[in-house]
Design a protein around this ligand. Sequence first.
Ligand code: FES
Length: 324
Amino acid sequence: MFDSNNQTLQVTVSQKRCAAEDTAVFELVPAEGESLPTFTAGSHIDVHLGDGMIRQYSLSNDPSERHRYVIGVLREADGRGGSRTMHDQVHAGDTMTISTPRNAFELNESARKTLLFAGGIGITPILSMARRLAALGAEFEMHYCARSKERMAFRDEITASGFEDRVWLHFDDGPEDQKLDISGALSDRIDDTHLYVCGPNGFMDAVLSTAKAEWPDEAVHREYFASDLDLHTDGDEAFQVKIASSGETVDVGANQTIAEALLGHGIGVTMSCEQGVCGTCVTRVLEGTPDHRDMVLSETEHAANTEMTVCCSRSKSPLLVLDL
Ligand code: FES
């Protein structure tokens, strides 16, 4: 059942399987009817896990499919609990509430060439992109790094995908000559090549810092994991936000987010990750200078200061005017 008011729907877990050490793959099908809302490569869904716990998972399957969503979940023993709940308490046959797909990691389908880099469970959106690019007949290369063969999810699917000749698999515990040479892979760039990277922070930083010197910011696309973020809040100060449509001014306390302050005045902002990685709460800024704390907007977008994530970013100026 699809609820168009709050954009949630009911799905049934049709399959749960072990895809690699500590990684489970869940196949979600409509609880009623035969088709799910369409999605584009790079999209994620919110999965409602009860007690207000909501987690984001990227869709890994082919965006042309309407009968299922496929997500991969890495069990994080030290995480915030979402992955443990998914692994331990969600089983085939269960009904779940999820959001409709949203995309903060969009694929430019008209690029002349695309380079895809995945680290660990970061493969999920990247695999969906590879499937889409292969279906389009587009030129692309994919590099997928894992600690070992046993920990590489979707390996069998990839090696039988039909696009396996464009995929390089790299294992931390394998011989030196198969390890990812980031500089070498990034040097193979023609005009209008776009780069997509998703994985743990260390992997992202290695790829992005190598790309920084040569690649234009608008050609580099990234998606971080929410659980990897460590937001620093020491020394935060109070400021004000003004609602452009009503003229109302709202105080944001030093220990409060903008979204929390707005909610206290009855102004709801749609949010998902609440950690600056999904892009759901991005809001236009009409005046003032945001203090960007997110990892979803690009450096160019941060520098422009025309939009911000109100779930975690703050203000450098005493007042921000928001297009709300
Ligand atoms: S809610 Fe995800 S970036 Fe703000």
